[in-house]
Write a protein that binds this ligand. Structure first.
Ligand SMILES: NC(=O)CC[C@H](N)C(=O)O
Length: 388
């Protein structure tokens, strides 16, 4: 006779007092973080291993999660980074030829507390109107805590606004990913939570990719004499990253070409002297429409951000930090949030979305070619200047 073990209970508690009871999934215990929703219908493994999600309890709107398991090739970093995971229906069967373990096992291995059986549509609709907020998932013994105790733990948790998380996700040692094919130069990458796909895209454009810890100084970056500088995506509030902003300003003043993705776009905005602000519930998904103003082309993009640069989408703007003119190159067709910055007078640009996708459509991959062309074009211009 087989015996049925009922799933053990878990609860998702939001800081406004809302509670959603479901089943324990992944590691058992307690976790706190900012509750955000992600709308990608595919690609949960890439989402979970994107370091930008550190400190966040991620809720998937796709109702069925885990069916393709976890495999080695789709890791965007060495581990799952989300602080917690909320799903509707956790697949009990792994069904993919590439899978080498289940998502449940992966979450347990990385100590990530999750919850399944949640009406994720209801939570998403609530967050969409009330905004992202702090929350907690409680299972095992922590499920037995009183509702009041759970709520006070949630309310004592860190707010995402003002949080610097770079040191939690960055490499501590410098390492290099060698250029693939014909070498065009080297790019210094500030690892603020970089994804593997991004490094591979840069290497595939002929760059030796020198990945640097987030604690590096501008003097150390310049001593490497890189052909270009790149700032990655990453978790936390860009307004709490003053040291990275100062580093970027120093390197831009030295004339080094720059490309930034997501956090790297927000930090370029700040380095130019503009402000960033927190969005009500952010953009997280793989079908976010963005307009490329220069071409009029609409790109369907992969996104994951809760903050944005405060800059009018029309016109060119004098940069308060003295880097000449800058303009918005791309903006969101959903809500006109800035999705890209182009500098007119210095060789620097960035996008708020994810051209490396992983997961998501490949519409924006041309930006890596644009970066290579900026660097090689720039090298030609400087050597022409030197020759004259
Ligand atoms: N993916 C990212 O780089 C995210 C940037 C920043 N942490 C945000 O939430 O907006």
């Amino acid at each position: 006779m087989t015996s049925f073990t009922p799933p053990s209970p878990a609860v998702l508690v939001l800081e406004d007092g809302n509670r959603y009871v479901g089943h324990a999934y992944g590691a058992t215990g307690r976790t706190l973080g900012e509750v955000v929703f992600a709308t990608g219908m595919t690609g949960y493994q890439e989402t979970l291993t994107d370091p930008s999600y550190a400190g966040q309890i991620v809720l998937m709107t796709a109702p069925h999660i885990g069916n393709t398991g976890v495999n080695r090739e789709d890791m965007e970093s060495a581990r799952v980074w989300v602080a917690g995971y909320v799903v509707r229906d956790a697949s009990r069967v792994v069904s993919n030829f590439r899978a080498d373990r289940s998502l449940d096992d992966e979450l347990v291995q990385d100590g990530v507390v999750g919850i399944s059986g949640i009406d994720t549509r209801a939570v998403t609709r609530h967050i969409r109107s009330a905004g992202s907020m702090r929350g907690g998932v409680f299972s095992g013994e922590d499920f037995e805590l009183s509702g009041a105790e759970q709520l006070s733990l949630v309310r004592a948790g860190a707010q995402m606004a003002g949080l610097n998380l770079s040191s939690q996700v960055s490499t501590t040692e410098q390492y290099t990913v060698p250029a693939v094919g014909e070498r065009v130069g080297s790019v210094a990458v500030l690892d603020l939570g970089v994804k593997t796909s991004t490094l591979n895209h840069l290497a595939a454009r002929g760059f030796d990719v020198v990945v640097l810890p987030q604690s590096v100084t501008s003097a150390e970056v310049l001593a490497l004499e890189p052909s270009a500088l790149f700032f990655s995506n990453g978790p936390g509030d860009p307004a709490a990253s003053d040291a990275h902003v100062a580093l970027l300003q120093d390197v831009l003043r030295a004339g080094v070409p720059y490309f930034g993705i997501c956090f790297g776009n927000q930090l370029l905005g700040r380095a130019l002297g503009f402000e960033t602000y927190k969005l009500p519930f952010g953009h997280r998904g793989i079908n976010q429409p963005v307009l490329d103003k220069a071409t009029g082309r609409v790109e369907i993009t992969s996104q994951n951000h809760g903050f944005a640069v405060d800059l009018p989408i029309e016109g060119r703007h004098e940069t308060p930090a003295g880097f000449g003119l800058a303009e918005v190159s791309h903006y969101s067709l959903n809500d006109e949030v800035v999705e890209g910055i182009n500098c007119i007078d210095i060789p620097a640009f960035s996008v708020q979305y994810h051209p490396e996708s992983a997961s998501g459509p490949h519409d924006a991959v041309y930006l890596f070619d644009r970066f290579r062309d900026l660097v090689t074009g720039h090298a030609t211009t400087s050597s022409t200047k030197e020759n004259n």
